[in-house]
Design a protein around this ligand. Structure first.
Ligand SMILES: Cc1cc2nc3c(=O)[nH]c(=O)nc-3n(C[C@H](O)[C@H](O)[C@H](O)COP(=O)(O)OP(=O)(O)OC[C@H]3O[C@@H](n4cnc5c(N)ncnc54)[C@H](O)[C@@H]3O)c2cc1C
Length: 492
């Protein structure tokens, strides 16, 4: 008889696990608290302009590259339309008044940066080579090992990205340039593991794309596939409790009072939120306390810009700005931001909208945490207005002429992310991975409840690639890790 698995949360992690398990004969039920599926893949539309909220660009999508292979396995290639970022400047690092372009491919990457730092060419070559080697130490990235147990990136998780970069070059400007896209991994100089820096940089340097028509296409495609394979993806189905007997989890309770039994359970929500759903002696106090006290990554404040039609030329690059000379430390809020145009739906050469993102800690909005969306009060609206205007002034200095072409803007804060994804403190990428405290900051996909597994960005890595890899590890705990690895490699 087919086994029934309940998946809590329809983020990328939950849907990917659902796809793998449905493909392998499980009866899958995905339960989502919101009316829209996808978690960070959610989008919203204002006056015909669709805004991504948590997935703006993806990498390694040329035929045969890592994410392309995963998309092929997950039947996503047909449904997700892509547009390549500028190969000479997929990322622009604007540092202390100078702009440095990252270009696609190891050779071009080195050449471009060496044009600013001619005496550093060999160091740049060494850096790029090492980044590739480190990324490929993961079997689920390179697919080179015969079994997933043969290669391990563990060594590089215990090294700090900041130390590694400093060991590659003594030029402090170049060190900062090489860390210039660290908002992609919420980089913290003395904590971020080298492996995360290497994986993300190699991933995007292989090829980089925006998603045409919105990142929700990924969630919709995965959910449709799950349904086609006999599974269910339910919205407005908030899980309020995971019910256990003396040995196992037996069912979940929903907010509407429904109780759904299953054989296995996977939680795609933040681990702290998962333990709050469990009132069982199977979860020991020490585990609960550890999970509840783990440090989270920073959250963000975003301004979503809708432009007047045909006024702002499309910028086919991601613009990482730092007013000062350091990427890791910022003196004043607003001096650092990430600016990205939405991929235009028409080939007019003009952008319809953009996102302007700056780090923001939850503490800044904690005073409004007991309020609900749309009813947070005038002082909250004023706070958002002040922050947006501050950020827009900084943007205008870098992209003169933008402000007059904004028709309307919308904002989100860490509270928005908390409400729409349920992630602790609205943290961008869930739990912070700390190279100096690796065991403490790492949460395994297994729990003390034998039939409850965890998945999602807090467990292994975040982002499109990290979360998909994690889903394979989680599904592998039910199906056998060697089996899913082999099935994946056979699908290429
Ligand atoms: C601002 C921002 C920009 C980003 N940009 C990129 C990018 O450009 N490229 C990239 O690769 N990655 C990016 N990421 C990271 C990426 O989006 C995430 O790592 C990934 O989507 C997280 O997926 P997840 O499944 O772990 O969790 P989530 O997306 O958080 O999904 C969790 C789901 O669980 C649901 N849920 C919570 N509680 C319950 C409950 N009790 N019952 C039922 N359902 C529940 C939530 O509503 C949500 O749908 C970005 C993230 C942010 C925040």
């Amino acid at each position: 008889m087919e086994k029934h698995v309940i998946i809590i949360g329809s983020g990328l992690g939950g849907l990917t696990c659902g796809y793998i398990l449905a493909k392998n004969g499980f009866k899958v039920t995905v339960l989502e608290k919101n009316s829209q599926i996808g978690g960070c893949l959610q989008t919203f539309t204002r006056k015909g302009v669709k805004f991504d909220t948590g997935m703006h660009y993806i990498g390694s999508m040329e035929k045969g590259q890592t994410l392309y292979n995963y998309f092929k396995y997950l039947s996503l290639l047909e449904d997700v339309k892509l547009s390549a970022l500028d190969e000479n400047s997929y990322d622009i690092i604007s540092l202390d008044g100078t702009r440095y372009n990252y270009s696609i491919g190891a050779t071009s990457f080195v050449e471009q940066l060496a044009s600013h730092f001619p005496t550093e060419k060999q160091n740049l070559k060494n850096y790029r080579q090492q980044i590739k080697q480190i990324a490929e130490s993961s079997p689920f990235y390179s697919f080179r090992a015969h079994t997933p147990r043969h290669l391990s990136p563990f060594l590089y998780l215990e090294q700090r990205a900041g130390d590694f970069i400093a060991s590659m070059t003594s030029n402090t400007v170049l060190q900062n340039v090489l860390a210039g896209n660290s908002p992609l991994y919420a980089g913290v100089k003395h904590q971020t593991p080298l492996y995360i820096h290497a994986l993300i940089n190699d991933f995007f340097n292989n090829s980089a794309f925006r998603i045409v028509g919105g990142s929700d296409s990924i969630a919709v495609s995965l959910a449709n596939s799950i349904r086609k394979m006999g599974g269910q993806v339910r919205t407005q189905a908030k899980v309020t409790k995971i019910n256990c007997n003396d040995y196992d989890a037996v069912s979940v309770s929903l907010e509407n009072g429904e109780i759904i039994p299953a054989d296995s359970f996977i939680s795609d929500i933040h681990p702290a939120k998962t333990v709050e759903l469990i009132d069982s002696h199977l979860i020991r106090k020490s585990y609960r306390d550890r999970i509840l006290n783990l440090e989270n990554t920073i959250s963000n404040f975003t301004v979503y810009l809708r432009f007047k039609p045909n006024t702002v030329s499309y910028l086919n690059s991601n613009f990482f700005h730092y007013a000062g000379e350091s990427v890791w430390e910022t003196a004043k809020w607003g001096d650092q931001f990430l600016y990205m145009h939405l991929c235009p739906t028409h080939h007019s050469g003009f952008a319809e909208g953009a996102v302007l993102i700056a780090d923001m800690s939850f503490a800044e909005v904690a005073q409004w945490q007991c309020t609900t969306i749309g009813h947070r009060g005038e002082d909250y609206e004023q706070f958002k207005y002040r922050k947006a205007e501050q950020l827009l002034l900084q943007l205008e200095k870098q992209m003169p002429g933008t402000i007059p072409n904004i028709e309307r803007y919308y904002t989100s804060t860490p509270l928005t992310y908390l409400d729409y994804t349920g992630t602790e403190a609205g943290a961008n990428y869930g739990i912070l991975k700390d190279a100096c405290n690796l065991l403490q900051s790492t949460v395994s996909q297994s729990t003390k409840i034998p039939n409850l597994l965890l998945t999602g960005q807090s467990i292994n890595h975040h982002g499109i690639l990290g979360v998909i890899i994690t889903a394979f590890l989680t599904a592998g705990a039910l199906l056998g890790l060697d089996f899913v690895y082999e099935q994946l490699r056979d699908s290429f």
